[in-house]
Design a protein around this ligand. Structure first.
Ligand SMILES: [Zn+2]
Length: 280
């Protein structure tokens, strides 16, 4: 366990993620519908920003976040049992992620655990995953529930929702190119991160994806988790736990992931699409 006294609140990185479509080689018979969930094409906005630029920027900011956590003795060492658990779950999910985005094959996937009371987790573009200890401890997540959170976050990355956001921003701001500063703003990592920390770790603004992107991440995430052998019905218990935790002040994750009956109902409605994958 991370020592309690060493846990410090870290600013919340904005949550983001990525993807590129091309459900590659999922079926050799073109006439057969693809088994599992159906989502549309990626937003045209994502094409406005080079994927490698997004991923490089994400990688740098992830490294920065880890370095800051390490300096505060809040980065879990490789032998930490909860980190080993997260990595074991990721190892099952990642092979099923590759068909959603051909770039994912070359990503340097990473999974880290940060000591923080925040209920939060994210997967940055390029496969940089982090969980905050608060989401595991406070919600007492089962492996199936962890897989639902991870699947959801990885789905944002695979579907390149952050890149889409950046593309939309570029249009809005008339930017011909996306510079590091804009990337930092979109990703929610304050370029003045050090100052922010010095001021007492104030929470940074959180990145909100559109409702459509959230629904898509729920769907794709459920499918990833189910194919990896995790029970997709955990999506329901996960959101019930989130809602319960909400009563004591909204968890970070909920600030960008509105909970409630609609979300749970949507997950229940989609269960028949992914339960067969799990049972296989
Ligand atoms: Zn989300």
């Amino acid at each position: 366990m991370l020592k309690r006294e060493t846990l410090k609140l870290l600013p919340q990185p904005r949550r983001w993620l990525v993807c590129a479509l091309l459900p590659l080689a999922l079926h050799t018979l073109p006439a057969l519908a693809r088994e599992g969930v159906e989502v549309g094409k990626n937003s045209a906005f994502s094409k406005l920003v080079p994927a490698d630029e997004v991923e490089n920027s994400a990688g740098q900011q992830y490294s920065q976040l880890l370095a800051q956590a390490r300096a505060k003795h809040a980065l879990a060492p490789p032998e930490h049992p909860q980190l080993q658990r997260l990595r074991a779950i990721a190892r099952k999910i990642i092979p099923h992620a590759l068909s959603w985005n051909p770039r994912a094959r070359d990503w340097q996937w990473e999974v880290n655990l940060i000591g923080s009371s925040q209920i939060n987790a994210f997967c940055m573009p390029g496969g940089k995953i982090a969980f905050y200890s608060g989401i595991l401890d406070k919600l007492q997540l089962s492996d199936d529930e962890v897989a639902m959170v991870m699947g959801h976050e990885v789905a944002h990355a695979l579907r390149e929702h952050a890149r889409e956001r950046m593309g939309k921003s570029a249009v809005t701001h008339g930017a011909a190119r996306i510079g590091g500063v804009l990337a930092a703003g979109i990703f929610g990592i304050d370029p003045r991160l050090t100052d922010t920390l010095a001021r007492g770790g104030a929470n940074l603004l959180t990145l909100e994806f559109s409702r459509e992107d959230e629904s898509e991440a729920d769907l794709v995430g459920m499918e990833l988790a189910a194919r990896a052998g995790f029970d997709p019905r955990a999506g329901v218990t996960l959101w019930q736990k989130m809602s319960a935790a909400n009563k004591g002040g909204p968890p970070q994750w909920l600030s960008t992931h509105p909970s409630g009956k609609t979300r749970i109902a949507d997950i229940e409605k989609n269960l028949p699409k992914v339960l067969p994958l799990y049972r296989q």
